[in-house]
Design a protein around this ligand. Structure first.
Ligand SMILES: [Cu+2]
Length: 457
């Protein structure tokens, strides 16, 4: 391994400015990491030598997907509150182009050869391909509510998570013939997915399943489930495909998966509600965004320890990195800093965590607006009369897919991003009835319908 690293460094030195671009790396010559700050409408540029933010770049509302080309020269950012993908030139760290892709684009993926970027058009129900040489859309395929996706090395095949309720699936797209080529129906909603470097497996997550699903791409069958902690979100691979880095939101962990045995090999505690991860190109360091604690954890994969925690801004979600060695070996160990979980107050009742956004007395109303957001219901606790009927108008303020499930009433309704649903609920004769978002219950997105005299909480 040291030989290989030395060789790469030697080649980089030999090529000098020509391959990577002299203005491209940080002043210290380290690769830069780019972090989408969902609540700041900006991208933070992190110097991985100094482990600090160099600058932030404004982008249109709701930076959602974010990828870097393998040569590290360009970064693509989709904005789900707009209809554009912004192109950042990493030599200047400025937005140099804006590509119109239709309403509410979600995830992005880049092909291993850097020729194509996949854009998942949640709002326009299609997957689009951008040619990175021209930054123009060169083709599209219809897909219902595509959320995230992953591209083959040559960019001619994509796997996409289609989140349409009642028809959730992983869909394989042929991006030469521009059509759907295969479909894996799922009984739960797919979230993050990633194709292994050899193209033989897709590791993906399902809302409500505490495992990483392993799909064999040749047979389109799920061949393994690797149990992890609550609410895994995404599990990308190290460049050699030897390990997968499972981001587990509930406990705030990065779980290392051994891809030769499909088992969990160990876990590292990171920040609150981790969202995404990326490996350095030498496979030695992982960078994990922590949406709930507004920072990035730098994890040395050999020692399985957090060696730095970098405050980056509000609600960091996606992260991508330029090629080059990470700084794990050189950086001195530093303790992970615990950060507050934002304005939400978490309380625990009967083993269930509630992101507490208040109690509402609804005994004398027949309708109520219930807000769903990342990741709570407001109000959280509704106090009603025995057997009372209440019409709920549930509004999703976020650009994340949420859901309202009340198992005791047979309710299971997805609430689309920025969308609303109406439904009737009935309070119990006595006691409490639990409701939750089936996607985010482990993050505290739970509530209760309560009957009778109940205390403050
Ligand atoms: Cu939710």
């Amino acid at each position: 391994m040291p030989t290989r690293v030395a060789k790469v460094l030697w080649v980089l030195a030999l090529l000098g400015g020509s391959a990577v671009g002299t203005g491209s790396l940080s002043a210290a010559g380290a690769p830069k990491a780019y972090v989408g700050l969902f609540k700041d409408d900006a991208v933070a540029v992190v110097d991985t030598a100094e482990n600090k933010v160099l600058r932030t770049i404004a982008v249109p509302k709701g930076p959602h997907g974010l990828v870097a080309t393998p040569d590290g020269r360009k970064v693509y950012v989709s904005s789900d509150g707009a209809s554009t993908v912004s192109v950042i030139d990493t030599a200047t760290d400025r937005v140099v182009a804006s590509i119109d892709v239709g309403a509410n684009p979600h995830g992005l993926a880049v092909s291993g050869d850097g020729s194509r970027v996949l854009v998942l058009g949640w709002g326009s129900n299609r997957a689009l391909i951008v040619d990175t040489a021209t930054d123009r859309v060169v083709g599209e395929v219809p897909v219902s509510q595509p959320h995230n996706g992953t591209l083959s090395r040559d960019g001619r095949t994509a796997w996409v998570a289609s989140q349409q309720q009642g028809a959730t699936a992983l869909v394989r797209l042929d991006l030469t013939a521009w059509k759907e080529a295969a479909r894996v129906p799922l009984d739960k909603t797919p979230r993050g997915l990633e194709l292994s470097p050899d193209g033989r497996r897709v590791f993906f997550t399902l809302a409500g399943v505490n495992a990483i699903e392993v799909l064999d791409t040749a047979t389109a069958q799920i061949v393994a489930q690797i149990p992890v902690g609550a609410s895994p979100h995404y599990a990308p691979f190290t460049p050699d495909g030897r390990w997968a880095l499972a981001v587990v939101q509930g406990p705030g962990e990065l779980t290392l998966l051994d891809t030769s045995s499909n088992t969990a090999a160990g876990a590292v505690t990171v920040g609150k509600t981790p969202h995404w991860a990326v490996s350095s190109s030498d496979g030695r360091t992982a960078y994990v965004t922590n949406e709930g604690s507004n920072d990035v954890s730098v994890v040395d994969l050999a020692t399985r320890a957090v060696i730095a925690t970098i405050p980056v801004g509000n609600a960091p979600r996606k992260i991508a990195m330029q090629p080059g060695a990470g700084t794990a070996a050189a950086a001195p160990p530093s303790a992970a800093v615990a950060a507050p979980i934002g304005k939400s107050m978490a309380i625990s009742l009967g083993g269930v965590t509630y992101a507490d956004h208040g109690v509402k007395d609804v005994r004398n109303v027949s309708r109520l607006e219930l807000e769903a957001d990342d990741y709570y219901f407001e109000p959280t606790f509704l106090r009603g009369k025995p057997g009372q009927r209440l019409r709920l108008r549930v509004e999703n303020e976020a650009s994340t897919l949420h859901n309202l499930s009340i198992p005791a009433l047979g309710v299971d309704k997805d609430i689309p991003p920025k969308g609303k649903v109406e439904l009737d609920v009935t309070f119990p004769a006595s006691g409490t009835l639990a409701f939750s978002c089936k996607f985010h219950a482990p993050l505290g997105m739970n509530g209760q319908l309560r009957t009778g005299e109940v205390g403050a909480r």
